[in-house]
Ligand binder design. Structure first.
Ligand SMILES: [Zn+2]
Length: 700
């Protein structure tokens, strides 16, 4: 007996035998039973799922000696001839090789002759979408009004290429891919027929490889049966088919999930050596990752997963969260698209697995957003705390600071009490830029403190406030006329410690009795009448760019005058000291209220800078306005600068550093303490003002 391939041997010969196309079979049977036979049928669907077989069964059903019948006998002459493909009245045409209009004209001519020995003359045209447009047009008329004995059955794998004019003249049937379980069942039957033992898993893989095409499955089965002997096992077919089973995928993905790049790459090499094609491997990997994603989504249905849930690696499932699994799957899907244009698909594959090995550290944008939100809410909590009212950093800083005078007279032998001993200890007389920028950031500063060359650790009591030092005074500032007044820059520290870095000259070194400067350090409390400029009652305002609510309060005329005054003042002061000028340019509107000119700045640093020159500016403005005024700078926002406490989350510190934001510490003070501090501050301020008044009188 000659060898017959399984696909031919097991070609369905009756509607009942059509696997996976029950709907089509049922409809056709009913149509035949009720004698409602169309003159044109169009079968569409993937290859190897039974279109041609169905066409032949239909032909038999119509031409069977017992017919038309839904159950052709398969034994009469017509049935036998059709089965063999030898019937003169059932003409099978391959549309792919008979595409021209002449081929169709030949059909048209033949149609005119009635069937020789059968009831119907049946044309089965396969791959009908391959016909040319003119061929289709030539066919239209024939299909629409064929002779009553003539029936057309078209089959196509690409329905979208069939013209709508043809489709609308046909009864359409859509064939579907056969489910893997059904294919596996068919294969088991086929194996049993030829007395071959076949393991379930092996048949599963053959069915899976066929992707729902029964013909493909049979063809592959024949191939597998040929080299497997009388027992088809997974191990035998695995390498031959280039399959990468779930166990091997588990192994390689466990390596990737555990960041064992080397092992993963070695395994890939092994697979490729064994003849696994790269495409095949990627396909298997994507199947695998999809199954893992489904498992993580709570799906346990074996038909969807392809394997029992238990066969998938728990290591990978635990190492990667769904977001990382999605990412892994998308890397491999992209890889599949990329390799067809790649210089070296193998490199692409290795690169992909190298990336997968780092996937555990992959942070998705949504996770980043969540982290930022958390950090933000921490920062917001800080700003909401009652102690964080306007300028409350002073409340923190002042009580713990040593008095400026103490500080200045401090002998060098006690550097621990100095605000920045680590800087003093550094041999360089000028700070490096890194140090300078570090000094503006408590967090960075602490990092610098930890550097090995810093022999002396920063005392924990060192007030962070002191770190905010102004940049080295420029020569212009030193020579400015206003600088003749007692100044922090000119006098004390230089005489005391000449080789100290300029950081030492910070705002804290200003003695409290020197003019009005101290007032600037004790910032306006929300309540005191004169310290906090009353926005609602400006007697005069000097137009600035920033605060809208204040410009609204001023009439346009005033605003014009005031901005003239502001720009004039800035211009003049810039000539005397460019640094002051540039700082002043960043101030908001200038508001004159009583004997003070107030403006707002948005950064603490700017406020510190301007505060250190407030005396000079006040003097200049007084001269310009012809009356004694005091220049005051307030922070625009409710922003507090306080030492970042040790227990502040490191993320907050990093965020503050990275985004150069305002640093808002956590306050642990009780409301009572805050109230006490405010009272104390008010008392100090009142005392200082009295003192100032006395000084001014003395000067006059
Ligand atoms: Zn028959």
């Amino acid at each position: 007996m000659s060898y017959e391939v399984t696909a031919t041997r097991r070609r369905p010969q009756a509607f009942e035998a059509l696997a996976g196309q029950e709907f089509v079979a049922e409809t056709l049977k009913n149509a035949i039973q009720s004698q409602k036979i169309a003159h044109a049928y169009l079968f569409s669907g993937p290859r190897g799922c039974g279109k041609t077989s169905t066409a032949r069964i239909l032909a038999k059903a119509l031409n069977c000696a017992n017919g038309p019948t839904a159950t052709p006998c398969g034994k009469c002459q017509q049935c036998l001839e059709i089965t063999k493909g030898a019937s003169t009245d059932v003409i099978e045409i391959d549309g792919a090789s008979n595409t021209s209009v002449n081929d169709v004209r030949q059909i048209k001519d033949e149609v005119l002759f009635p069937p020789q020995s059968s009831r119907y003359k049946i044309y089965i045209i396969d791959e009908v979408h391959m016909l040319s447009t003119s061929a289709f047009n030539a066919l239209l008329k024939t299909i629409e009004e064929p002779p009553p004995y003539c029936i057309f059955i078209f089959a196509t794998t690409e329905l979208q290429k069939v013209p709508a004019t043809i489709k609308s003249r046909c009864q359409q049937f859509n064939f579907r891919l056969v489910p893997i379980e059904r294919v596996k069942q068919l294969l088991a039957e086929a194996a049993a027929e030829i007395n071959i033992k076949a393991d379930d898993e092996a048949l599963y893989w053959v069915a899976r490889e066929s992707t729902g095409s029964v013909r493909d499955a049979y063809t592959l089965f024949d191939q597998v049966a040929a080299f497997s002997g009388d027992h088809i096992t997974y191990d035998k077919i695995r390498d031959k088919l280039g399959l990468v089973g779930v166990d091997r995928l588990n192994a390689i993905f466990e390596d990737a999930a555990q960041n064992k790049t080397q092992e993963a790459l070695l395994k890939i090499d092994e697979f490729l050596q064994n003849g696994v094609s790269i495409e095949q491997f990627i396909v298997n990997c994507t199947d695998y990752l999809r199954s893992l994603l489904l498992i993580r989504a709570g799906i346990t249905k074996e038909a969807l997963l392809g394997q029992s849930r238990d066969r998938y690696s728990q290591v990978v499932l635990q190492a990667w969260n769904p977001i990382q699994l999605e990412r892994a799957l998308s890397i491999l899907l992209q890889l599949y698209r990329d390799i067809r244009y790649s210089l070296s698909p193998r490199y692409e594959l290795e690169l992909a697995f190298s990336r997968l090995s780092w996937l555990s550290q992959y942070v998705s944008p949504s996770e980043v957003k969540k982290a930022i939100d958390e950090a933000k809410s921490l920062l917001m909590q800080g700003s909401k705390a009652p102690a964080m009212a306007n300028g409350s950093q002073q409340a923190h800083a002042q009580p713990q600071n040593p008095s400026p005078r103490q500080f200045i007279s401090m002998p060098q032998s006690e550097p621990v009490q100095a605000p920045q001993p680590q800087v003093s200890a550094a041999p360089a007389s000028q700070p490096s830029p890194a140090q300078a920028s570090a000094s503006a950031n408590p967090y960075l500063n602490r990092v610098i403190t930890d550097l090995p060359r810093d022999t002396q650790p920063a005392p924990s009591s060192a007030p962070v406030r002191n770190i905010f030092a102004p940049p080295p005074a420029s020569p212009a500032a030193e020579s400015a006329p206003a600088q003749a007044a007692p100044s922090n820059h000119a006098t004390a520290p230089l005489s005391a410690q000449t080789n100290n870095p300029p950081q030492f000259f910070n705002t804290q070194s200003v003695p409290p009795d020197m003019g009005t400067t101290t007032d600037d350090f004790a910032p306006p409390d929300p309540t005191p009448p004169d310290a906090a400029p009353s926005v609602s009652q400006p007697s005069f305002s000097y137009g600035g760019a920033v605060p809208p609510q204040q410009t609204a309060a001023a009439t346009p005329n005033q605003s014009n005058d005031s901005s003239d005054f502001r720009s004039l003042a800035i211009k003049e002061l810039s000539i005397r000291d460019p640094m002051i000028g540039s700082s002043l340019l960043q101030t908001g509107e200038w508001i004159k209220s009583g004997s003070s000119v107030t403006t707002q700045v948005s950064s603490t640093f700017l406020k510190m800078q301007l505060d250190s020159h407030a005396q000079n500016i006040s003097a200049f403005l007084s001269e310009l306005l012809g009356e004694k005024v005091r220049f005051e700078v307030v922070l625009k926002q409710i922003v507090a600068v306080a030492p970042i406490e040790q227990n502040a989350p490191v993320q907050v510190k990093i965020l503050c550093d990275t985004f150069k934001g305002q640093i808002i510490g956590h306050s642990k003070k009780t409301e009572q303490e805050i109230a006490n501090e405010a009272a104390q501050r008010n008392a100090e301020k009142a005392a200082t003002e009295n003192e100032n008044a006395t000084d001014e009188e003395d000067e006059e």
